[in-house]
Design a protein around this ligand. Structure first.
Ligand code: SF4
Length: 397
C-alpha cells in the first residue's frame, strides 16, 4: 500500500523546491521567535489535504486575523509552536517533492508532530470506477494515490485531525442528494472510534465557507493544549467548538431587535429582520452575525443576506429550496407581530416620556430642530404617571 521500503529520493535541504519537511529541518528559530516559545513543542507540521472542495476554506483561513496565519507560520504567536504549513495549493514544491512530505509523515520521519487539516468532502473512490477522485501523487512503484488514501494513512499518527468547512465536517454540497462521488465528512470516514495519536476525536469547524477566525482560534486553542498550556477547548457532541457554535445565529443577529418587535423586511435591501424572506437563523448554530466574515466585517445578515443553514449537518438538503420561507415562520412571525407589536407600542410611549426632561413638562420643545410641537395624549400621560409612580416606589426601596 505505501512506498515504504522502496529506494528513497534524496533532496537538498537548501533547494527551495525540496519538500517543506526537508527544508524545515535546517531552519533555526530566530531569537525573537525562540523567546516566544513557552511549551515543549518548537514547531508542528500542518498537513493540509483536500477532497471535494472549492478551496473556499483555504481562502477563508488566509484571510483570518485572530491570529493571522502568517504569524503562525513565522512562529510569532506567543506560546504557540511555529507552524510548518504543507498545503498543496501554496507549497513551493510540487509533484513527487510535495507528496514526499506526506510519505515522511507516514514513515515517522518528520522532526515534529503533525496536524491534519482536511478541506472538502472525503470521496469514496469505489464509485470512481477505474479512476480516482482527487489523485494526489504516486507511490514509488507508480501506483496512483488519492487524497482519501492519504487521509487513511496519516490520520492514525496525527496529533489531531481538523475538518474545516461543512463539506469536510458533514459532507456538505458534494454529499447532497444524488452524491455521485459517494462523498462523506471526515468524521463519517474515520468513524466514531477514531482518536488521534493524542486521543482527540475529529474536530469540526463547519461553514460554507467557514469563518477563517473560527478555524484559527480553534487551532490556537488545540495547539495551546498540545503545548500543555491549557485544557482541551470544549467541543460539543459533534466536535464543534462550543463557544463558537453553541448559540444560534438569531441570538446574536443585529436584526434580532426587529424580530422581537415583530417588524419584518418585505424585500432584500431593507434593514429589518429577514425571516419572512427565508432566514433560518433562529435554529442554525453559527456565530457569523456576531463575528463577521473577515476581521469583523461582513457576514450573511450583516450585509443583507438570509441564513441558509450552511454550518449545519443537514445542509444543503434540509434547507432547500433556499430562499423559501422556513416552515415554522408563519407561527413564529405571527406571534412576534402580535406580542412584539404590542410591546413595541408600549416602548414607544415610554420612549416619548424619556425624550422630555422634567423641566420641559407641559411646555413646547426648546429645540429649533422641532418641526412641529407634539404633546403626549391623555392616555400616554396617564401611563407615564403610573409608570413614574411605580419607578419611584422602586427607588424608594
Ligand atoms: Fe433572526 Fe434571521 Fe431575523 Fe437575524 S435576520 S433576526 S437571524 S431571523
Amino acid at each position: 500500500m505505501s512506498d515504504m521500503g522502496a529506494a528513497r529520493p534524496s533532496y537538498d535541504p537548501q533547494d527551495p523546491f525540496a519538500p517543506t519537511a526537508v527544508r524545515s529541518m535546517l531552519q533555526i528559530a530566530s531569537p525573537a521567535e525562540a523567546g516566544l516559545r513557552m511549551g515543549p513543542i518548537e514547531k508542528i507540521y500542518l498537513i493540509w489535504l483536500a477532497g471535494g472542495s472549492c478551496d473556499g476554506c483555504t481562502v477563508a483561513v488566509v484571510a483570518a486575523t485572530q491570529p493571522p496565519v502568517e504569524k503562525l507560520i513565522a512562529g510569532l504567536v506567543p506560546g504557540l509552536p511555529r507552524v510548518e504549513l504543507i498545503h498543496p495549493g501554496v507549497a513551493l514544491e510540487a509533484g513527487a517533492a510535495f507528496t514526499e512530505n506526506l510519505a515522511m509523515a507516514e514513515r515517522g520521519e518528520l522532526d515534529a508532530p503533525y496536524l491534519i487539516v482536511w478541506e472538502g468532502s472525503v470521496f469514496e473512490n469505489d464509485s470512481s470506477g477505474e479512476g480516482a477522485f482527487y489523485r494526489l501523487g504516486q507511490d514509488r512503484d507508480g501506483r496512483t494515490t488519492s487524497s482519501t488514501e492519504w487521509l487513511s494513512r496519516l490520520a492514525p499518527n496525527a496529533a489531531a485531525v481538523v475538518a474545516i468547512g461543512s463539506c469536510a465536517a458533514w459532507g456538505g454540497i458534494p454529499a447532497a442528494q444524488g452524491n455521485v462521488t459517494g462523498s462523506v465528512g471526515v468524521m463519517d470516514f474515520l468513524e466514531r472510534d477514531y482518536r488521534s495519536a493524542l486521543g482527540v476525536p475529529v474536530v469540526n469547524i463547519p461553514g460554507c465557507s467557514p469563518v477563517g477566525d473560527n478555524f484559527m482560534e480553534t487551532a490556537a486553542g488545540v495547539l495551546l493544549f498540545l503545548q500543555g498550556m491549557g485544557p482541551l477547548p470544549e467541543f460539543d457532541e459533534l466536535g464543534r467548538p462550543v463557544w463558537i457554535f453553541g448559540e444560534t445565529v438569531h441570538r446574536r443577529c443585529p436584526r434580532g431587535g426587529y424580530y422581537e418587535e415583530g417588524i419584518f423586511a418585505e424585500a432584500y435591501g431593507e434593514k429589518e429582520c429577514l425571516v419572512e424572506l427565508g432566514c433560518w437563523g433562529p435554529v442554525v448554530q453559527c456565530n457569523i452575525s456576531e463575528r463577521g466574515m473577515v476581521n469583523g466585517i461582513g457576514g450573511c445578515m450583516n450585509i443583507g443576506g438570509i441564513c441558509i443553514g450552511c454550518t449545519m449537518p443537514g445542509f444543503p438538503d434540509k434547507f432547500a429550496p433556499f430562499y423559501a420561507v422556513p416552515p415554522g415562520t408563519l407561527v413564529s412571525a405571527t406571534t412576534s407581530r402580535v406580542f412584539g407589536g404590542f410591546i413595541r407600542r408600549m416602548r414607544g410611549v415610554t420612549q416619548q416620556d424619556k425624550n422630555i426632561t422634567g423641566r420641559w413638562e407641559g411646555k413646547d420643545k426648546p429645540s429649533g430642530w422641532a418641526r412641529f410641537q407634539s404633546r403626549p395624549t391623555k392616555s400616554a400621560k396617564l401611563v407615564h404617571k403610573l409608570y413614574r409612580a411605580y419607578q419611584n416606589t422602586k427607588i424608594g426601596n
